[in-house]
Design a protein around this ligand. Structure first.
Ligand SMILES: [Zn+2]
Length: 347
């Protein structure tokens, strides 16, 4: 193993990857292998320069399964997860209940794309005509560095994008302006703070009718809101503590977004998984089991522990075992984490 690099995914999850001296394995040359997370690194007792055993999990993704300590170079240092995000340099966090280390800076380039797609979504700021392809272009061209930058886009800038006529650019500018009238509950949801779904955002903004109140609140006070527990409350306070996020709130306030006011009673948004029963099996690339469950439930779906004829989808991660075999046998539709995220976002 030459070194360990750290990749930041769409949700801010940081995945350690072993960079290897290339080796032929089951028909391909493997130069990189996943280490999954910090716990796995500790279990392996991985040191820099170690000789490692690699296998292909699920026939596709190579992973490090064992370390050969007897071949360890003298004085090799143990591998550790980074304390700061390799993309943006902000401190990373790891919640107690999770194995995943994450960057929670909403301006981090690695998460920007996902944040924008969430922000413009129907349940959030509902910017009509702003799809995934357009978001990708805006990020790739460096025209948007945070969701706040959407509010500075001009018609001429938008018209310069691929497949964008003058008329569409004008409609888009209007749709962006229109989003400034969305209530505070949708803005809070749109910020994409971990565990703060549309329903939680409504409960929170009903209690904290101004962002200043929420920013100043202690974990204990937030956790007392109906439906909000300590985990969600911690996630919120951590998010608001980051200077980059505080700046984002300021910019959005300056742009004219609503950060105070009454919470209208509205239907709990589109529920793309309403009435569906899902089973999660194996280790997902970025989401923990609980996070996947939260996401599915927020989208109206139900999560059960066992595959049956009533199961609509099986979400399959690495090392999926008997549940996957059963789903195969019953012919039940299978989803990867990425497909689940698309389904949940309704994009
Ligand atoms: Zn980052």
């Amino acid at each position: 193993m030459r070194q360990v690099t750290f990749q930041v995914g769409r949700t801010g999850a940081i995945t350690p990857v072993a960079e290897l001296v290339p080796v032929a394995l089951a028909g391909t040359t493997v130069a990189r292998a996943t280490l999954h997370n910090g716990d796995r690194i500790a279990e392996l007792d991985l040191h820099l320069g170690d000789t490692v055993i690699v296998r292909k999990a699920g026939e596709i993704i190579p992973e490090v399964v064992r370390v050969l300590p007897e071949l360890r170079p003298a004085g090799a240092l143990p591998v550790q997860m980074p304390s700061h995000c390799p993309e943006c340099g902000e401190p990373v966090v790891r919640l107690e209940a999770e194995v995943v280390t994450r960057c929670i800076n909403s301006s981090c380039p690695a998460i920007l794309r996902g944040a924008l797609i969430h922000w413009v979504g129907r349940d959030a700021l509902d910017i009509d005509g702003m799809g995934k392809k357009l978001v990708e272009q805006l990020v790739d061209k460096g025209m948007v560095k945070s969701v706040a930058d959407l509010y500075g886009l001009t018609m001429a800038e938008l018209a310069s994008l691929e497949r964008m006529g003058k008329k569409s650019a004008q409609n888009l500018v209007e749709a962006i302006a229109q989003s400034k009238t969305r209530p505070w509950s949708r803005v809070l949801y749109g910020l994409g703070i971990r565990h703060v779904g549309a329903v939680n955002a409504q409960a929170l903004t009903a209690q904290f009718t101004d962002v200043v109140m929420l920013q100043g609140a202690e974990v204990g006070a937030i956790a007392q809101v109906y439906g909000i527990g300590v985990e969600i409350a911690r996630s919120l306070t951590q998010w608001f503590q980051l200077p980059a996020n505080q700046q984002l709130v300021k910019k959005l306030q300056t742009a004219g977004l609503q950060f105070a006011g009454a919470t209208p009673a509205e239907p709990m948004g589109a529920q793309p998984l309403a009435g569906k029963t899902l089973v999660v099996t194996g280790t997902l690339p970025t989401l923990s089991r609980n996070e996947a469950k939260d996401l599915i439930e927020q989208a109206g779906g139900k999560v059960t522990g066992a595959v049956s004829k009533k199961t609509d989808y099986v979400v399959v991660g690495e090392d999926a075992g008997s549940k996957l075999a059963k789903a195969d046998a019953l012919g039940i539709a299978q989803l990867s984490e990425a497909q689940l995220l698309v389904l949940v976002d309704g994009i």
